[in-house]
Design a binder for this molecule. Structure first.
Ligand code: 5AD
Ligand code: SF4
Length: 445
């Protein structure tokens, strides 16, 4: 090896590349990881080729998330041919879930760290460098909230802020309680300080994040109080949050969303299924009637509410009639949009241990197609109601055509309109003249 080559590799040993898969919580966690490494004298790079350490922050929510990461690991292994000292690490939910597969088979993975182990990363990386041995740390904590680690390198016009971690709900299909552990809330002092710093850096919108965000509680300080406290921070104009659970959406929280001018009138309320028997088998702890009543109450109290949801089709034993109940509830509630998923069996969940995944992929796909088709029509009708309305749009950037700007209204709907010269982060009032199921199209007024 030439002197220059060995020097480059020695320099890059403390250069880290982090790639993220999955949800917004993972995006946030990747920033936490970057911040922890930065504080420990690591340099960050945007290219795996320039890195001595490549970390994949992974997701385990459905099997296709695993497949993507497996494919990426086998691609990245080839980098090791050029740089024998390259460390390949897997972080996040898949690490927690698939330790054996990743470490004990010949994947090329050197390091594994679960979602509560990121503060140990600098030491783990040094150890792999020094010993060449594989390292793993997967202990889940009841306390770790990374309360004092504020990611410093945010981009875009929205900043995500984790306010609680983990989940105690144990929905029978969901791997999150296994991969992210017990529910715990972050000290509101740190949340408020982080948002204050974000506002100082020019962010106008924050999204408060948690697997079960309305269960937030810290020494009597609940989620409604947290939203109010964040709304009092100068410079913050919009507050969003995701995702709440329908079982504990208190009246006080509806009131805050309805009355606080900075709280966006958008609630993402995961339904999952429309049949009481399936909801019970999923351990969702609410009935169809409860959900519909909650949605109606929100629509009544929150003017202009945009309501969105998550739905799963093909949960084990779901009959055609039960699937039709999901279709019926979705027609009844008239969600503005929905994320729809085919059930994917996850290792370690109650459903995986107790109910065979007995709905064929063909049937799941056929149900998905019908669900998506119905939702497109509903979304289109909901959007048509916006024709002629004017919205404050927070500009994010350009649309598909460079002559168009793209932003979101308070309800989180995408709005495109002819370029006015406004910059990302500025507000423009736009009147809607045309709609599709996914987009509002208008002109600045
Ligand atoms: N299969 C399919 N979808 C799932 N989700 C969670 N677990 C699974 C699974 N095993 C969906 C739920 C949840 C969203 C984030 O992902 O709808 O709300
Ligand atoms: Fe998973 Fe249910 Fe917790 Fe959501 S509430 S993270 S679906 S266990």
């Amino acid at each position: 090896m030439s002197e220059i080559d060995s020097q480059t590799i020695a320099q890059s040993a403390k250069t880290v590349y982090v790639e993220t898969y999955g949800c917004q919580m993972n995006e946030y966690d990747s920033e936490i990881v970057r911040e922890i490494l930065r504080r420990n004298d690591f340099a960050l790079t945007d290219s795996p080729d320039a890195a001595g350490v490549v970390l994949l922050n992974t997701c385990a929510i459905r099997e296709n998330a695993h497949d993507k990461v497996r494919a990426r690991i086998s691609e990245l292994r080839h980098l090791k041919k050029r740089n024998k000292r390259l460390i390949l690490g897997v972080l996040g939910c898949m690490a927690q879930n698939l330790k054996k597969e990743l470490l004990e088979t010949n994947t090329g993975v050197d390091l594994i760290a679960g979602p509560d182990s990121y503060k140990a990363l600098p030491v783990m990386i040094d150890r792999v460098h020094n010993t060449g041995e594989k390292e793993f740390k997967l202990t889940l904590s009841e306390y770790e909230t990374y309360a004092d680690v504020f990611p410093t390198n945010r981009h875009g016009i929205n900043a995500w802020v984790a306010v609680m971690r983990g989940c105690d709900n144990y929905c029978t299909f969901c791997v999150v309680p296994m991969t992210r552990g017990r529910e715990r809330s972050r000290d509101p002092f740190n949340v408020i300080e982080e948002v204050r710093q974000l506002a100082d850096h020019g962010f106008k919108q924050v999204t408060l994040l948690g697997q079960n965000v309305n269960s937030y509680t810290f020494k009597g300080f609940d989620f409604a109080k947290l939203i109010t406290a964040v709304a009092n921070i100068d410079g913050i104009k919009r507050i969003r949050f995701t995702s709440p659970h329908p079982k504990d959406f208190p009246e006080r929280l509806i009131e805050v969303v309805a009355t606080n001018s900075k709280a966006c009138k958008h609630v993402h309320l995961p339904l999952q299924a429309g049949s009481d028997r399936v909801l019970d088998a999923m351990n969702r702890t609410y009935t169809r009637e409860h959900f519909v009543a909650l949605a109606e109450r929100m629509r009544k109290l929150i003017p202009g509410l945009v309501l969105t949801t998550d739905v799963i089709v093909g949960f084990p034993t779901e009959t055609e009639a039960e699937f039709e109940e999901t279709l019926a509830v979705m027609r009844e509630v008239q969600f503005d949009s929905a994320f729809m998923f085919k059930y994917s069996e996850r290792k370690g969940t109650v459903a995986q241990r107790t109910i065979p995944d007995d709905i064929s992929d063909e049937v799941k796909t056929e149900r998905m197609v019908r669900l998506v088709d119905q939702q497109r029509q509903i979304s289109y009708i909901r959007n048509q109601a916006h024709l002629g309305q004017a919205f404050e749009v927070l500009v994010e950037g350009y649309g598909k055509r460079p002559s168009q700007l793209l932003g979101r209204n308070d309800g989180n709907k995408i709005v495109v309109f002819p370029d006015t010269g406004a910059k990302p982060g500025e507000f423009v009032t736009v009147r809607i003249e045309e709609v599709t199921p996914n987009t509002l199209i208008g002109v600045a007024v």
